[in-house]
Design a protein around this ligand. Structure first.
Ligand SMILES: NC(=O)c1ccc[n+]([C@@H]2O[C@H](COP(=O)([O-])OP(=O)(O)OC[C@H]3O[C@@H](n4cnc5c(N)ncnc54)[C@H](OP(=O)(O)O)[C@@H]3O)[C@@H](O)[C@H]2O)c1
Length: 352
């Protein structure tokens, strides 16, 4: 059953053309026998002119390795990659006979390992996942999707066996952020981003979103030769932003970002213990300008999770270790070095 019309298929084609890799589960290859290509010659030409392959890398996942070597997936487009388990690898390699690279990821397929391998070994920065339900379910439940594009078609499907977009399970608390709605002929596209922070040491897509926001806030800081420019956001477990702040905001020439953000929240707010503080620079451990450093303020507020981009250098306080202060008090600190350059950008003049 075709749910979309020509204009929406063309939109999908454009999204495909923007991706480095396209992924579907083995169930979708079996059910739909997709080619998974960029259809537009103009878009393919642009990719080539940019020095990219004509078609994105095609990726599938399988535990059993039970893949039909006659499927169109293997005989169209450019490179193909199969992620599988140790158990499925031999079968997939035997069935496909060189039509795809087969990568076993251990006894079970770990999605973070898969995404890490795609990024590190195949240079994939943007992955488009086109189903099916079991794959969507895992990526959404594990907080690994940066964006969800949902298209609603004016069709009512009564068959209880019809495939579902998502299966049962526990998803992020709270609401996704609606970033766009677009009418496309008679269907409507809705784009959402996850908002709820992760809950442990492993970063989620929402963690990356909020940390980027904190890094961007640092650009608002009045310039200084004697202090870093830092941005911070405090986000409740359900993805509600509780407050944000940046260094030297308002009329306070010495206020720190985390301090400014926390000051805007009622200390009795019951959401604080489940909240995450995102800070472009790790919270300070010692400071001359105020009695309590930010690591201490965070602990006093009851917050137990901090995500940061950049460990504090020795520029102003030698051996500052806000992360150590937080961790010793039982808080979780997640450092995402991928955002370090962004966090440093407004501080370049201080770093020599
Ligand atoms: N409307 C749309 O736009 C759209 C798009 C795509 C798909 N669909 C529909 O979705 C349905 C297919 O969805 P589906 O949920 O049945 O299948 P699927 O998600 O495409 O693929 C499921 C298969 O992927 C492999 N897999 C998934 N997670 C894995 C993991 N963690 N480790 C190892 N292997 C894993 C397994 O393959 P093995 O069984 O080989 O081990 C599993 O059976 C079809 O009816 C299709 O038409 C619709």
């Amino acid at each position: 059953m075709l749910l979309s019309g020509p204009a929406d298929f063309d939109r999908v084609d454009a999204v495909r053309a923007s991706a480095d890799a396209l992924l579907v589960g083995a169930g979708t290859i079996r059910a739909d026998n997709p080619r998974l290509l960029v259809g537009s010659p103009e878009r393919r030409a642009v990719r080539l002119a940019e020095g990219r392959p004509e078609h994105p890398l095609k990726v599938t996942v399988t535990a059993t390795g039970d893949l039909d070597p006659g499927a169109r997936f293997w005989h169209t487009g450019g490179d193909k990659l199969v992620y599988t388990t140790d158990r499925g690898a031999a079968r997939a390699a035997r069935l496909l006979g060189g039509a795809a690279d087969v990568v076993p990821l251990g006894p079970d397929l770990d999605w973070r390992a898969l995404l890490g391998h795609l990024h590190d070994e195949r240079g994939v920065g943007r992955l488009m996942v086109e189903g099916g339900g079991s794959v969507h379910t895992q990526l959404l439940r594990q907080g690994l999707a940066d964006e969800l594009q949902l298209v609603v078609a004016p069709l009512i499907v009564g068959d209880p066996r019809a495939p579902r977009l998502f299966g049962p399970g526990r998803y992020q608390e709270g609401r996704l952020r609606l970033v766009e709605t677009r009418r496309i002929e008679d269907v409507v596209l809705m784009r959402y981003e996850p908002t709820a922070p992760g809950t442990g040491p492993l970063p989620t897509a929402a963690d990356r979103h909020w940390l980027r926001t904190a890094c961007e806030l640092a650009a608002l800081c009045p310039p200084s030769e004697t202090a870093f420019s830092v941005g911070a956001v405090v986000v409740a477990a359900d993805g509600t932003e509780l407050a944000r702040g940046h260094s030297r905001e308002g009329d306070d020439p010495v206020v720190h970002a985390e301090e400014a953000a926390l000051a805007k929240i009622d200390a009795a707010d019951p959401r604080l213990p489940g909240a995450t503080v995102y800070s472009s620079l790790e919270p300070c451990a010692r400071r001359a300008s105020r009695p309590a450093p930010c690591a201490e303020l965070i602990l006093r507020a009851g917050v137990r999770r901090v995500v940061t981009a950049w460990r504090e250098p020795d520029t102003f306080v030698p051996g500052a270790d806000g992360t150590g202060v937080l961790v010793r008090a039982g808080a979780e600190v997640v450092v995402l070095p991928a955002y370090e350059a962004l966090a440093k950008a407004p501080n370049r003049h201080l770093l020599g």
